[in-house]
Design a protein around this ligand. Structure first.
Ligand SMILES: *Cc1c(COP(=O)(O)O)cnc(C)c1O
Length: 389
């Protein structure tokens, strides 16, 4: 048994695919302490810096004092606490939907919802770059599963045309893609879904809180609120908390709370976490300047990386992936970056396709220009030392 574990780990090491944890001695934020020194963190999805916002923290403290640390059981077993109900109301309102249902994590939404949209004998078309949790949801559904080329509606349409038209079909995409930072061609996808009588499932984990004029997400960015009847997003990225949600009609939410196994058979979010997420939504609505700072920082880092000559994905967001190629090279680059005081790990297969290993920089509203200048200096040095520049 232990031989099996050791062999597997050795194989990962040999392929430069071994992962390890990065211990911090501080809160997460633009600067973190690691191994006794301060490091600029350029890999967090806490895009608006809300995980350390005083009002978010205060909401979590107050909820803990009133309701305790744990929810006790599934909400169907031990009851829905006021912070859960308040969060679902806030999310429905924020998204302009009838209702919402909060799950323990985005992973749990995707593996719980997809098998209740589609099943054995049906058909799924998913963008090639869809997140692992979406893929696992597809597998659990037992529907036939095909991928279309990333963002390629012509390819998707060719696949839709070729199917037997009576087969129930689900199209799956991310709104803002987590590892490439580009957006899905949502308007065209909606059009295809309508024309070919397919359902569309949008995972807006990364778009929520940052995309669109008021931070409501990628669907707001494209003005498609009326044409996408339900979608999911997470509370764990720009909202600085944990957990995830679906929004849609009352019936859809009632259906899921009766059917989605990853809602029914897991313990509810701790009340503090639900209260923190509600507070984050309030701040997103009340402090639009945070989003302005995020986008200004994004442009600054993007321009700096481009000027140095790095090759980036076609990103339009605060996710700024520098493409490197093979995993060993990407890991070496990440090691040199850390030596120069910047932490952004190498993203390698199976998170991204073979040959597209990268450093996925993310910038937040909380970074200062001085920190970004320092980071750019470190990136340049690391690039030269690994012969990328
Ligand atoms: C992070 C992420 C998830 C999973 O969300 P968690 O709440 O972290 O489980 C799902 N989909 C996408 C696209 C993600 O980036």
């Amino acid at each position: 048994m232990t031989d099996q574990f050791r062999a597997s780990l050795q194989q990962l090491t040999d392929q430069s695919l071994r992962r390890s944890l990065f211990p911090l001695e501080s809160a997460t934020g633009p600067i973190v302490n690691h191994a006794g020194r301060a490091v600029i963190l350029l890999s967090s999805n806490d895009y608006l810096g809300l995980s350390t916002h005083p009002q978010v923290i205060q909401a979590a403290i107050e909820a803990t004092e009133r309701y305790g640390t744990g929810a006790g059981a599934s909400r169907l077993v031990s009851g829905t606490l006021p912070p859960h109900a308040a969060l679902e109301n806030a999310l429905a309102k924020f998204k302009g939907a009838e209702a919402s249902l909060v799950f323990g994590a985005g992973y749990l939404v995707n593996i719980g919802v997809i098998p209740n949209l589609i099943g054995r004998g049906d058909l799924i078309f998913a963008d090639r770059l869809c997140h692992a949790s979406l893929i696992d949801g597809c597998r659990l559904s037992q529907a036939d599963f095909r991928v279309f080329r990333h963002g390629d509606c012509a390819h998707l349409e060719a696949l839709l045309r070729r199917r037997a038209s009576n087969r129930r079909t689900l199209i799956i995409t991310e709104g803002l893609f987590s590892m490439d930072g580009d957006v899905a061609p949502l308007a065209d996808l909606v059009e295809l879904a309508e024309r070919y009588d397919a359902m569309l499932y949008v995972d807006d984990a990364h778009g929520t809180g940052i995309m669109g004029a008021t931070g409501r997400g990628t669907i707001e960015h494209f003005g498609l609120e009326r044409r996408i009847p339900f979608h999911m997003g997470t509370l764990s990225k720009a909202l600085g908390s944990y957990g995830a949600y679906v929004v849609g009609s009352n019936e859809f939410v009632q259906y899921l709370l009766n059917r989605a196994r990853s809602f029914i058979f897991t313990t509810a979010l701790p009340p503090a976490i639900a209260a923190a997420a509600s507070a984050a939504i309030t701040i997103i609505e009340r402090e639009p300047d945070r989003r302005d700072r995020l986008w200004a920082n994004r442009q600054y880092l993007f321009d700096g990386l481009k000027k140095q000559g790095f090759r980036l994905t076609p990103t339009v967001s605060p996710i700024l992936p520098v493409l490197i190629g093979d995993a060993a090279h990407a890991s070496a680059f990440a090691d040199r970056l850390l030596a120069h005081g910047v932490y952004a790990p190498a993203i390698r297969p199976p998170t991204v396709p073979d040959g597209t290993s990268r450093i996925r920089f993310t910038v937040t509203a909380a970074h200062t220009t001085e920190q970004l200048d320092e980071a750019l200096q470190a990136v340049m040095l690391a690039g030269r030392e690994t012969a990328l520049l």
